[in-house]
Design a protein around this ligand. Sequence first.
Ligand code: AMP
Ligand code: ZN
Length: 113
Amino acid sequence: MSADCLFCKIVRREIPAKLVHESDDCVAFRDIDPKAPVHVLVIPREHVSSLNEARDASMVGRLALVAAEIARKEGIADAGYRTVINTNRDAGQTVFHIHLHLLGGRSLSWPPG
Ligand code: AMP
Ligand code: ZN
């Protein structure tokens, strides 16, 4: 855990978030500035700064499977959705606790900006 990490604070319930999933290893909550009708962030409870620091394949895999489970619950699994992990400057990572974006509920253009 990192004392001043925003997402660690959400894990510890020190700041509020609209939680949509909680399990032993992961938490998911709605993005505060949604870019699509469904925009959820899936994070590990453990503090890992970015995909560059990730060493646990099962943790990274869990983020994707939790996103798929939430997509089903949100009713967007069949229509489709996007999962994204932004890493460092060129991808625009702003919070340095690894998180997987689940975006859906509208048609998403490709390639991304
Ligand atoms: P990234 O740019 O990939 O690092 O994504 C960080 C995301 O965290 C952005 O989409 C923000 O809107 C979102 N975010 C920042 N602060 C909060 C918060 N307190 N609760 C929920 N989402 C947040
Ligand atoms: Zn953290």
